[in-house]
Design a protein around this ligand. Structure first.
Ligand code: KG4
Ligand code: ZN
Length: 352
């Protein structure tokens, strides 16, 4: 019997096993992370080797540099994750890995490491979507949280409103028609001369500024749950260029604050609209931009006014990490989904 044939039964038997420990790998962008997660909710370890400092001098992630650094980091991250969890590798029940979406070369490092590990330990390999993983960050942070709920997915690559019907069943309610919101944060930060990644820098600087500019997000989509952020991004870029040309002072804090106010208004108002339209009184935020303090403040306030329960991941699980992949893989396994063969490859884009 070949590896995959052997794994089918073993994967099935995990559904009824009392304690399932999954080793999960995330390498889709600039974080090499490996976690050990028990029963989808308990994080035994979550080791992250961040490359942020390396990419900062380039003003953004350089894919080739990211791949090389994943290769250098991954073995040590693996050893550290086992050590922290006080787990022997023979106690791992399955290996999970992000296969997409993300940078191809970066993903391949994680995928190949996962394949070699699963094969050598003779345990199942589970292929996980990064986007689903971000939602699962909430299951780790909130032990009682269960679907159904509305999810506002806001990362560097995605912006969407989803109806999460069950752990593995999503319905897309709205999405961005151009830039992802994290991308807009990063581009605005760049034109303001702030460090990479721009989101946390804008978050910090906005606290010192005023909403003087009242930037607007396109009205054309107001009757839908779709988003567009390229217009506001261009408005900010043009303003900064015009001020520079005229030799006028650029008040970075005011620009950061005005941009953030407008974007977070749009995200929070549509999130509440989605909950009402779906008749659901639970809202969950997921993805890197979910770390934004002003977004969380507005969502939490609007939810209270509208009798909606609001959930956001603990800060360290907002941005990329292995633990969210392990949680997601557990619920996939419970539904018999995601078992992969050794020909698993990476995908730069994955459908929501
Ligand atoms: O989810 P994530 O780590 O990676 C992707 O899957 O894309 O999200 C990264 C994005 C970046 O655009 C970063 O600037 C943004 O999340 N981000 C923030 C904050 N922290 C991270 N954006 C706004 N405010 C923050 N505090
Ligand atoms: Zn991510």
């Amino acid at each position: 019997m070949n590896y995959f044939e052997r794994m089918k039964d073993r994967f099935d038997s995990l559904k009824v096993k009392e304690n399932v420990i999954i080793l999960s790998i995330e390498s889709s962008c600039d974080e090499t992370s490996i976690a050990l997660v028990k029963n989808g909710r308990e994080v035994l370890s979550n080791v992250i080797a961040s490359q942020i400092e390396i990419h900062r001098r380039f003003g953004g992630v350089v894919p080739e540099v990211a791949s090389r650094n994943h290769i250098t980091a991954i073995s040590n991250v693996y050893k550290e994750a086992l050590k922290e969890a006080k787990i022997d590798k023979k106690d791992i029940d399955a290996v999970a890995v992000t296969y997409g979406a993300g940078l191809m070369g970066a993903l391949l490092v994680g995928v190949n490491f996962a394949k070699a590990l699963a094969y050598s330990l003779d345990i199942p390999l589970i292929a996980v979507s990064h986007v689903y993983g971000h939602i699962s960050a909430n299951y780790i942070s909130h032990p009682d949280l269960k679907p159904p709920f509305v999810c506002l997915m806001v990362s560097g690559g995605h912006t969407a409103l989803l109806r999460v019907e069950d752990y593995n069943k999503l319905k897309l309610l709205g999405t961005t028609i151009d830039d992802a919101v994290g991308e807009a944060f990063d581009k605005v930060a760049r034109v303001l001369g702030l460090n990479y990644p721009g989101g946390p820098e804008i978050d910090r600087l906005a606290k010192e500024g005023e909403n003087r500019y009242h930037f607007t997000v396109s009205n054309a989509l107001s009757h839908t749950l779709n988003f567009s952020f390229s217009g506001i991004k261009t408005e900010v870029v043009n303003l900064v260029h015009n001020l520079t040309q005229r030799g006028e002072e650029i008040n970075k804090a005011d620009i950061a604050c005005s941009f953030q106010e407008s974007v977070t208004d749009e995200l929070s108002i549509k999130s509440i609209k989605a909950c009402k339209g779906q008749n659901l009184n639970k809202l969950v935020v997921a993805g890197g931009v979910g770390a934004n303090s002003r977004l969380k403040e507005k969502l939490s306030c609007l939810c209270k006014e509208n009798n909606i329960e609001f959930y956001s991941p603990v800060l360290k699980y907002c941005t990329d990490n292995g633990a969210m992949i392990g949680s997601c893989a557990y619920y996939m396994m419970k539904d018999g989904l995601g078992l992969a063969d050794l020909d698993l490859t990476a995908k730069p884009n994955v459908d929501l």
